[in-house]
Design a protein around this ligand. Sequence first.
Ligand code: CP
Length: 317
Amino acid sequence: MTGPVRHLLSIADLDRDSIEQILDLTESFAEVGERNIPKVPALRGKTIAWLFYEDSTRTRLSFETAAKRLSADTMNFSVSTSSVKKGESLRDTVSTIEAMGVDGVVVRHSAAGAPNRIAEWVDAAVVNAGDGWNQHPTQSLLDLYTARSHLGDLDGRHMLIVGDIKHSRVARSNVSAFTEMGADVTLVAPRTLLPADIDHWPVEVTHDLDSVIESADICYLLRMQLERQELAYVPTLREFHTEWGLDPRRADLLPEHALIMHPGPMNRGVEIDGSVADRPNALMTQQVANGVAVRMAVLYLLLGSGLDLVDERLAAA
Ligand code: CP
């Protein structure tokens, strides 16, 4: 975020320097999370609204935790109990929330581009918490932070992203994020689960997980997005697991230092064997924990006073 970036809509809006600044700031906020009272006054007086049109456990709870640790006020909005159920449009819903006075809106929506539209309508900072198949920028930041904390510099590291690439906003965000940080990304999927424009992505592609598993520094598994699939893209989930799942045999082929990552929620027994998900090098719990500090950094940068003051403020807190 060099200059006056007002929103976080896509990871592709951030260059390498900006990403590194956010990850460095995340380290400071991770330290806040370890204190007896994990709270700083950095966003006191600011109000943030959650606008989640799609289900979420990790993203929503970690944004809420991040906001509380920064002393922000929050405005809870639940689509299922709101006037959206009576047919109120996205624009009118957003205008209603803004009229009550908000400084930030964190939005998840099934339509790609919905956060961009909201950013055109409001003065508040908008954070994309996942839009359709398109982007999930804070997931990518927490994945980068987690990988960096284990591997150090990601330059030249080999990342496999395995599974349902076609329907995955995490895949799209993470290809941008990890290649920007110098990693080499290989996508591993059946032909039916690759996007039509794959030739334009800065990645290698293979359909054979066994051919690349021994060269991986990061094996990043994706959930089979059954809710986004109108057709059957694989004959059966059992066959998918046999061909593309990370089972114990394949996990044993990974280099000793390699990381196993997954954005969650996991389908144990589909993209990952249950016992593999519980191995020490499977970092899903760390990813979730790091998500709070990353989201503190993002909210602070967008709503607070910026990088210059952060060390001073944290020291004074
Ligand atoms: N990774 C992720 O976005 O999880 P949730 O859908 O639970 O927020």
